[in-house]
Design a protein around this ligand. Structure first.
Ligand SMILES: [Zn+2]
Ligand SMILES: [Zn+2]
Length: 392
């Protein structure tokens, strides 16, 4: 097998190799196809499912974006399939008991492949259906909005709470850049925010590696950094829907999922910025409020976490700052794509913000800059400084 450092994302299917970090990494995704007109490859990808019943589902928006085309391809190639569009899904689709129950009702017993067409929520529903039924699934991406395409977790809403379920990896990921470049602005900005968040995620991983001896894989770090870099370098053209910029964004989002799969933990993708964003999200869900898109929150959280790093720069190990982006750079990048940069822009008030700074370390049992600050008895002081700067 070619060295992973020389592979393009489309070559990263069926990965299995001994790594310098001492681990054997493997990832059984059969096909990753991210490019212009990737949908043209669908029939080839489906060659092992000839004469097998396929269940396709989408929501009202993603059906228009890619569902119709997919159905046409299946028809033209004489596949047997059932097409289901989730009703009343034009405004907002919540992956709760009701939607999931409906999908199970629509899924016919002799189905042998599931094709989910969409982004975050649809993808989460697809992989959950797949893990429960042991039927493989393919995701046809409609927006570069989050990094869950190549990951095996599925966050769903149960009884009003967000719960992360274990799910399966997709059989194939098909990301057609021609479709994705027409995704709504907010979804593209969210994907960009999720990528920007990897800067602090990698800093946290390094910090934990140095201070707690936690396992780290430099190969995955190098690959993640490279993927982020391409997104950053082409950020100014992203909202003009430059094809390369859109492609790099989806590649980076997919790659971070691949990296998580390889190391078996979400370290390459999430750190303190995700913890504080989850804190906000849980608070919104508790109050029955729409919590804004994942990546929008992560994007806003990233310069805040960077500021915490910067406030403690003197005492932190130098290696943590190897990555060259600071708070100001990240704010500039977010502004370049028109994404919000302040918590107040997404209805997070002073009180919630301060509480989230103090409490984010409890969101999950994972070493981060928050825990570092808590253990040194500095979290109150620095949270006050940061809150004061933002809210005056
Ligand atoms: Zn490794
Ligand atoms: Zn994320």
């Amino acid at each position: 097998m070619k060295n992973i450092l020389e592979m393009s994302i489309n070559e990263m299917s069926n990965l299995d190799f001994e790594c310098k970090c001492g681990k054997r990494h493997s990832l059984p995704i059969k096909e990753i196809c991210i490019k212009n007109n990737a949908l043209d490859e669908l029939n080839r990808v489906l060659s092992t499912f000839k004469d097998k019943k396929i269940f396709i589902f989408s929501d009202e928006n993603t059906y228009n974006a890619a569902g119709e085309k997919t159905v046409k391809i299946l028809k033209n190639n004489n596949h047997t399939f059932k097409n289901f569009i989730i009703p009343n899904s034009k405004e907002i689709l919540i992956p709760n008991e009701k939607v999931l129950g409906r999908l199970f009702m629509e899924l016919e017993n002799d189905t042998e492949l599931i094709i989910a067409i969409g982004s975050g929520t649809i993808n989460d529903l697809g992989k959950y259906l797949s893990v429960k039924t042991k039927i493989p699934y393919i995701i046809i991406c409609t927006a570069p909005s989050m990094d869950g395409y190549a990951s095996d977790g599925s966050p769903l809403i149960c009884d009003g709470y967000k719960i992360s379920f274990e799910a399966t990896l997709p059989y194939a990921i098909i990301g057609d850049v021609n479709i994705m470049k027409n995704a709504p602005d907010e979804l593209i900005r969210a994907g960009f925010g999720d990528i920007v968040g990897k800067i602090t995620a990698l800093m946290d991983w390094k910090l934990s590696n140095i201070l707690t001896g936690e396992y780290i894989c430099e190969t995955c770090i190098t690959l993640t950094e490279r993927a982020i870099q391409r997104v950053i370098d082409s950020a100014d053209k992203l909202m003009n829907r430059d094809e390369k910029s859109v492609q790099y964004l989806l590649e980076a989002l997919t790659f971070t999922g691949v990296a998580m799969g390889l190391v078996g933990v979400s370290r390459p993708a999430s750190g303190a910025e995700h913890m504080i964003s989850h804190y906000w999200e849980m608070d919104f869900i508790k109050r029955n409020k729409y919590p804004y898109l994942h990546g929008i929150k992560v994007g806003i959280a990233t310069p805040i976490v960077l500021e915490l790093f910067e406030l403690m720069k003197e005492e932190l190990p130098k290696e943590v700052f190897k990555y060259k982006y600071d708070k100001k750079d990240v704010i500039k990048l977010l502004k370049a794509v028109g994404a919000p940069t302040l918590p107040s822009e997404i209805e997070i008030d002073r009180d919630l913000f301060y509480k989230s700074m103090i409490g984010a370390y409890k969101v999950r049992n994972r070493y981060s800059i928050f825990e570092y600050a808590v253990k040194r008895g500095k979290i109150d002081e620095y949270s006050k400084i940061i809150t004061e700067k933002i809210y005056g």
